[in-house]
Ligand binder design. Structure first.
Ligand code: 5AD
Ligand code: SF4
Length: 430
């Protein structure tokens, strides 16, 4: 298709799910823009891309309801279904989409962009070239994939089936990508992988070696990473978090449950005691380090007593925030066949209890920040009022009064004056 026609074409992207999906959608956005497409509203788009999540049943069903909704408001657009649901359920999506693109086939958007009138299903088991550096939008903070897939097969999780086996990108290609980002104004990178701690096992170097290399990049201010699997979270990494100036003091360490019986059924590979030992090591070594987690309530066979163990660990660790979910039965996973499954009403009751507890802890921890000064990387204008916002190194959002001489990308010291539910408010310290 010639460039003139593409110049008049418009796209809209809807993304569900995790940061991996957000990054994949960013790749698609840039590929389409480079081909001459313009971003538009859903109503006027010629091509609508839905990036789907399969991690819970509710998320999976969204892609089907979203396609139905699109068809009522925009009958002419071509629909592309992509992401985790597309990878494992392409047959079903094919009947309601013009294109289906799996998680390992993002590069097929180069073909789609050249002719949106063809139909096609692009599913690959493995990426053709995991070293390929996809384009980025301009921004202060950027997501960078350092690895794809997962080898863990936790018994509740569909991810190993939707994102395939673990594969690490070489440090040369990761560093090249970050250098390009920094040349374009990026100050912070979030390194992405399902389990960054097992990065590089076939390459002859590990995640900490990679961090040391990235830390040397001039012009880069901050390095973050997610997700860490507790089984592979090492003292070597904790020490690197203390020693490397650009690595931020925040760890996301999914607990899932604090009952050893449930952890075993989940096939997580650690006990509550081993998890706690690492958390206390981290708290001792990384000064002012924050910690966040993921928890599943109502895993098959979970009793009140199992759940109470999770509540107690949350009280003991005092996470800065946590993401908690009701267990959801997933196809292809082992846990779907474990009996008895927990009743929906019980799951909901446990989820509410846990979330109430976490809200109290988060508020308490935020209040303890009042009067303290934090280094904040400015990201831009805040949603409300005449304020700017950024994040401190611990990853909490900080809002502060607008000042003419402060720009996105600056690093400023902010003294906290007020604690909100999920964020802090402060003033610039000169
Ligand atoms: N049900 C509920 N939550 C799940 N997660 C993964 N699989 C499931 C499931 N089947 C949660 C885990 C994981 C997060 C990304 O999603 O807590 O860490
Ligand atoms: Fe899923 Fe477990 Fe892999 Fe995380 S480590 S993506 S929870 S299988």
């Amino acid at each position: 298709m010639d460039k003139k026609i593409q110049d008049s074409l418009k796209f809209y992207i809807k993304t569900y799910g995790c940061q991996m999906n957000e990054r994949d959608s960013e790749k698609v956005h840039c590929i389409l823009e480079e081909a001459g497409f313009k971003e538009s509203s859903i109503e006027s788009a010629d091509i609508i891309v839905i990036n789907s999540c399969a991690v819970r049943e509710k998320a999976e069903s969204k892609i089907y309801s979203e396609i139905g909704r699109i068809r009522t408001i925009n009958k002419k657009a071509k629909i592309v279904s992509m992401g985790c649901v597309a990878q494992f359920n392409h047959k079903k999506l094919k009947s309601v989409s013009d294109f289906v693109v799996g998680t390992a086939a993002i590069d097929s958007f180069y073909d789609i962009a050249s002719n949106i009138n063809k139909k096609g299903v692009f599913i690959k088991e493995k990426m053709d070239n995991p070293e390929y550096i996809f384009p980025h939008k301009k921004g202060i903070s950027a997501f960078v994939d350092i690895m794809y897939g997962c080898n863990h097969f936790c018994t509740y999780c569909i991810v190993p089936f939707t994102r395939g086996r673990e594969i690490s990108r070489t440090k040369e290609s990761v560093i090249e990508e970050i250098k390009r980002l920094v040349d374009n104004g990026t100050k912070e990178v979030m390194l992405l992988g399902q389990n960054v701690n097992s990065y590089g096992h076939k390459l002859g170097y590990d995640f900490v070696d990679l961090l040391y290399e990235i830390n040397k990049i001039d012009g880069l201010r901050r390095i973050r990473f997610t997700t860490s699997h507790p089984k592979d979270f090492s003292l070597k990494l904790i020490n690197a978090m203390r020693d490397l100036d650009k690595v931020c003091e925040h760890i996301h360490l999914p607990l899932q449950s604090a009952s050893n019986r449930i952890l075993k059924l989940m096939k997580r590979g650690y006990t509550k005691e081993e998890y706690l030992e690492k958390v206390y090591q981290y708290k001792e070594i990384v000064k002012d380090g924050s910690i966040t987690t993921d928890i599943i309530v109502g895993f098959p066979t979970e009793t009140e007593d199992d759940f109470e163990k999770t509540m107690q660990l949350v009280r003991d660790v005092e996470y800065d925030t946590s993401f908690s979910f009701k267990y959801s039965k997933r196809p292809l996973t082992k846990a779907k066949d474990i009996e008895p499954q927990v009743e929906e009403a019980v799951k909901l009751k446990r989820l509410n209890k846990l979330q109430d507890l976490q809200a109290e802890i988060t508020q308490k921890k935020n209040r303890l920040c009042i009067g303290r000064t934090f280094e904040v990387l400015v990201e831009g204008k805040a949603k409300k009022g005449d304020m700017l916002f950024g994040r401190n190194r611990q990853n909490t959002v900080v809002n502060f009064d607008f000042k003419d001489n402060i720009r996105a990308g600056d690093v400023v010291n902010i003294k906290i004056t007020k604690a909100l539910k999920h964020s802090l408010v402060g003033e610039v310290v000169c």
